[in-house]
Ligand binder design. Structure first.
Ligand code: C5P
Length: 399
């Protein structure tokens, strides 16, 4: 059975008779566990109405680029960030030409430019249009830009011709979509990841903590599993569910987290420290709830162990990736940490009001000794996959 569990699939439907099969495709995506949003081009809407896709997807259907109401609800940039994958099915000869040109004058083409998510097209057209040199050239260009092609199939065409240009069936397209996520780039690797905040007890009911939601670390865990790794996630307290096939170990304090990490580190090929570990903890944990008798209360704090630095210092330790959350001088601080903690890679992000913590999207600057990559703002799930691909490249010595 294919799984698209919790994936956000953005389905672009353009003007081809095969658009009727896209209704079934929405059902296949939903049946595999995905959330689906549909964008219809003008041509697509001539074949199947928005109402059909709205009823099947359970979400409003977007058709216009410059529509104030639609932009206020979920505009083209938000849709582009929301998507884990964009599937254009059917992809008419016209839409393929528009994507090849990098047009942005309708909603579907604009969001294909704006998204960081993988894009796949399922061509559907008459066999002569398919064979035309212009279409061949457009497809070649799209392929060099990493746009994946599903099909087309061969056989009877709506126009009476027989030949290549039939859109693949919904079940086949859903299977190929699921395969986008299963990259296999970390097959056979064991990955240990920390995520979420830590809680440092003050008394039996209070603690020191931070605003980390754990979403970034959980997204990385999901991406690592999909890349074929065996994944253990050491998680501070979060409201999140562990992704399927991930072994989760729940911890509370930095010291608990360190113990759990050290227990598993010998078996790990890669360590990713995405947790927001508290740097300090109270020296004394009060046995009873502290009463509000004084006007001023002083808490004495002591340094917590630095889990990441300890892992990076291990002899024959794993490939070690740290995070840097900064409010100023992002690159400079990140480089400093990369060197000081002797990491293999650091992923730096801005934090503060309206950035990183608690949000569903983020941007990362990923630095190694000899490489620097800016991963632009997108959903944490897409970002998690991009980071895992970078890690896999460096781990396997390809960068
Ligand atoms: O030095 P700083 O705490 O800013 O470094 C952040 C990175 O170090 C993050 O990857 C975080 O998970 C890790 N860290 C840690 N143990 C600590 C503090 C931070 O593993 N006590």
């Amino acid at each position: 059975m294919i799984s698209l569990n919790n994936k956000h699939i953005l389905l672009g439907v353009s003007g081809s008779i095969a658009a009727y099969k896209s209704a079934e495709l929405v059902r296949c995506f939903k049946g595999a566990g995905a959330e689906v949003r549909v964008v219809l081009t003008k041509g697509g809407a001539e074949f199947v109405t928005p109402l059909t896709f709205q009823a099947l997807s359970g979400n409003p259907v977007s058709t216009e680029l410059l529509d104030t109401e639609a932009e206020a609800a979920m505009g083209h940039i938000e849709l582009a960030r929301w998507a884990d994958a964009v599937i254009v099915a059917p992809a008419s000869a016209n839409v393929i030409a528009r994507l090849a040109q990098g047009r942005a004058d309708d909603l579907l083409s604009a969001l294909c430019l704006a998204t960081a998510a993988p894009i796949a097209i399922a061509p559907a057209m008459n066999q002569h249009m398919w064979a035309n040199a212009a279409t061949r050239e457009n497809l070649r260009q799209l392929s060099t830009r990493g746009i994946v092609q599903f099909g087309p199939g061969d056989g009877d065409q709506a126009c009476g011709d027989v030949g290549p240009g039939r859109m693949l069936e919904a079940g086949q397209l859903a299977r190929l979509t699921a395969a986008i996520f299963d990259t296999g780039s970390l097959a056979g690797c064991t990955v240990l990841i920390t995520a979420g905040p830590t809680q440092e007890a003050i008394d039996p009911v209070r603690y020191l903590s931070n605003r980390s939601s754990g979403k970034m670390g959980y997204a990385i865990a999901q991406a690592a599993v999909e890349a074929g790794a065996k994944v253990t996630l050491v998680s501070g307290p979060t409201a999140l569910r562990a992704p399927p096939r991930v072994e989760r170990i729940d911890v509370r304090s930095a010291q608990h987290m360190r113990d759990a990490v050290m227990q598993h580190i010998a078996d790990s090929d890669i360590f990713i420290g995405a947790a927001a570990v508290a740097d300090y903890r109270p020296v004394h944990i009060a046995g009873q709830k502290i009463k509000k008798t004084e006007d001023m209360l002083t808490l004495e704090l002591q340094r917590n162990p630095d889990i990441l630095a300890d892992v990076a210092a291990l002899k024959n330790g794993p490939f070690t990736v740290g995070f840097a959350a900064e409010t100023e001088n992002l690159e400079q601080h990140a480089r400093g940490k990369l060197q000081r903690k002797k990491l293999d890679m650091i992923a730096a992000n801005w934090v503060g009001e309206n950035t990183a913590f608690e949000r569903d999207d983020n941007a990362l600057l990923v630095i190694t000794a000899n490489d620097k990559q800016q991963l632009a703002t997108t959903s944490k799930s897409v970002l998690g996959r991009q980071l895992i691909e970078l890690i896999s490249k460096h781990y396997h010595g390809g960068a």
